[in-house]
Design a protein around this ligand. Structure first.
Ligand SMILES: Cc1cc2nc3c(=O)[nH]c(=O)nc-3n(C[C@H](O)[C@H](O)[C@H](O)COP(=O)(O)O)c2cc1C
Length: 242
């Protein structure tokens, strides 16, 4: 694909065909994404590629743990406290603290995105159960036959996330170019211990997020196109010199 076509064609896919992706194709896009730049060429991130029985095991465990998370969330303060004390599997054990209170200045775009997504899913804003269910689909990886989990080196702080972000975009573009759909998933940063069961993850590498990969289903949720931001909104106004 031409670069601009690829850039425009990439979009978040939230419903996948179960058809497996050939291992060679997955390795190819991981290698293409490794063309990404990184600070001092260090690539301070590592990847866990899950397919087949490992992915099925993760899907089952992540989904059931998130169902417990919902039960705790909806069960009130006492239930949450008991959950904490009893080490309930619904209590997140991810490395990065999830954002609970979104900054006010970002909230508008976040709400618009959520509204649009729930709109195509036919989920009403006040239907908590349906919203929880839509969120829970993250933990089934939206049915994807492959997933990559990204871990960043804690030793270089926020810069490892910067480099991993560059890799993530390259990976999603390489996937698009190869005819694959993808969805970056911050939600997959919620639980680390299920990944420790299946992969040798050095302690200094912290789980950041996941990305679902596979063949896109032709369904409305995959047609959802949140409005892109205008570059002028990103540009800071210059101060006038006196
Ligand atoms: C780092 C990152 C984390 C994300 N986490 C999630 C997620 O947990 N669940 C989800 O459905 N989408 C997630 N997304 C997808 C965004 O919602 C999506 O990129 C955004 O709405 C723009 O839509 P587009 O990807 O179709 O262009 C994430 C995207 C990024 C870059």
């Amino acid at each position: 694909m031409e670069f601009l076509d690829t850039l425009k064609a990439r979009h978040s896919v939230r419903a996948f065909d179960s058809k497996p992706v050939p291992e060679a194709l997955l390795q190819q896009i991981l290698q293409e994404a490794a063309l990404s730049p990184s600070w001092s060429n260090t690539h301070p991130y590592r990847l866990a590629l899950a397919t087949g029985p490992v992915l099925e095991s993760l899907r089952t465990e992540l989904y059931s743990r998130f169902q417990r998370t919902i039960a705790l969330q909806r069960g009130g303060k006492l239930k949450q406290l008991t959950g904490l004390l009893t080490r309930d599997p619904g209590i997140p054990d991810g490395d990065v603290k999830p954002v609970v209170n979104y900054p006010k200045d970002l909230q508008g775009r976040r709400v618009e995105c959520g509204k649009g997504l729930y709109g195509v899913l036919g989920v009403k804003r006040d239907d908590l159960k349906a919203r929880d269910q839509a969120m829970a689909e993250n933990f089934r990886l939206f049915g994807a036959p492959a997933a990559v989990f990204l871990f960043v080196h804690e030793g270089v702080g926020i810069y490892s996330a910067l480099d991993a972000g560059i890799y993530l975009q390259s990976l999603m573009l390489a996937a698009t170019n190869a005819g694959l759909g993808s969805c970056a998933q911050g939600a997959l940063g919620l639980f680390r211990s299920p990944l420790d069961k299946h992969f040798e993850i050095p302690k200094q590498y912290k789980l950041l997020c996941g990305v679902a990969l596979g063949y896109e289903l032709d369904v409305p949720v995959n047609k959802f196109q949140p409005e892109k931001i205008a570059a002028r909104e990103l540009l800071l106004p210059a101060k006038t010199m006196r």
